[in-house]
Design a protein around this ligand. Structure first.
Ligand code: UT7
Length: 305
């Protein structure tokens, strides 16, 4: 079995509040909070790119788990905002930490980090890698249309990283569910039909989570912590309600970071671990959806390193 051996995350220092948008856009704190639950988000510095956020997430991982990169022989960076088309951002991470590893980027919308976990799991199980560094990092502020109120207020920057490797029997990934429906694709720029994505998200969060829970041989009551993609508090609430889980079992940070795409789940997961909300042996449910449209869900039993 394989599972998460180490975790780290990072958000840029600069905070952008809803009031900052009110100052130049036809929007309001009240609209943003009631429609999305977002109060503020982080924005990368002008010279801070996705690779920098990835580096800092990995540095955080190293601070918390010294030596965790030993034996890492593959690096995957899930991102929708790579520094450039080439070299891949993962290769920059490989070089920065002096890893003897192969490295590639993965582009699959917001669920990219769960896709990366799935690939890491498969690489380890197939014997193609011993340990995989799976990063989700996003400098969405670089591609946002800051004058489009319908999208600008929703997103934020950040990064998260995990080392995936062998864990003891009974721990690690119990199920992984991945899907895509490219018929929802529009055009080559950041554009979103909010209402349609909202409906899609609620539907797919429900079906993908139930499928992942069933494949894991569990029921929703067995889930200690639900870590959903942090796009909109109303979407999270709808998913939570359909699973019949109380808020105490749901990780939420969309209020502070907005939608950080591939960084969203590792950021929330790290906060939950730090707050003591996940312990060895707990079943954790992850789910994400996003541009593509794509979705992914996973159930894992925490610990076992
Ligand atoms: O990672 C996955 C990516 N995407 C998502 O997760 C997004 C999913 N969708 C959503 O979260 C929600 O649909 C939104 C937050 C994007 C929008 O909320 P909504 O309740 O679905 O609002 P709406 O799109 O139906 O728009 C309602 C009104 C519109 O005005 P009219 O046409 O009713 O006059 C918009 O023009 O709100 C207006 N509006 C705004 N008003 C103030 C849109 N953005 C803003 C804004 N401030 N920032």
């Amino acid at each position: 079995m394989s599972g998460i051996l180490a975790l780290g995350a990072y958000v840029p220092e600069r905070v952008m509040t809803n009031a900052d948008f009110e100052a130049y856009l036809d929007t309001s704190d009240e609209w943003i909070v009631t429609r999305t639950g977002i109060k503020e988000r982080r924005v990368a510095a002008e010279d801070e790119y996705t690779s920098d956020l990835a580096f800092k997430a990995v540095e955080d991982l190293l601070r918390r788990h010294p030596g965790a990169l030993e034996g890492v022989d593959a690096v995957i960076v899930a991102t929708n905002t790579p520094d450039a088309l080439f070299p891949d951002t993962a290769a920059l991470v490989q070089a920065r930490f002096g890893l003897k590893a192969f490295a590639y980027d993965l582009l699959a919308g917001c669920p990219g980090w769960i896709y990366a976990l799935a690939q890491a799991h498969a690489l380890v199980e197939a014997g193609l890698a011993q340990k995989v560094l799976a990063v989700g990092a996003e400098a969405l502020s670089k591609i946002i249309d800051w004058n489009d109120r319908a999208t600008a207020v929703l997103f934020g920057d950040g990064g998260g990283a995990a080392v995936v490797g062998k864990v003891r029997e009974g721990y690690g990934f119990r199920s992984l569910v991945l899907g895509a429906a490219g018929t929802g694709a529009t055009e080559n720029r950041l554009y979103m039909n909010g209402r349609e994505v909202f409906k899609f998200a609620v539907r797919v969060m429900n079906t993908a989570t139930l499928e992942a829970i069933e494949k894991a041989g569990l029921t929703p009551e067995d889930i200690r912590l639900f870590v959903p993609h942090q796009a909109n508090l109303r979407i999270i609430d709808a998913a939570r309600e359909r699973l019949g889980l109380p808020w105490e079992r749901v990780a939420v940070n969309v209020d502070r970071y907005g939608n950080t795409s591939t960084a969203s789940i590792p950021l929330a997961l790290k906060e939950a671990v730090d707050a003591g909300r996940i312990r060895e042996g707990d079943h954790v449910l992850l789910v994400s959806f996003g541009a593509g449209l794509t979705w992914a869900a996973a159930v894992l039993t925490w610990g076992g390193a």
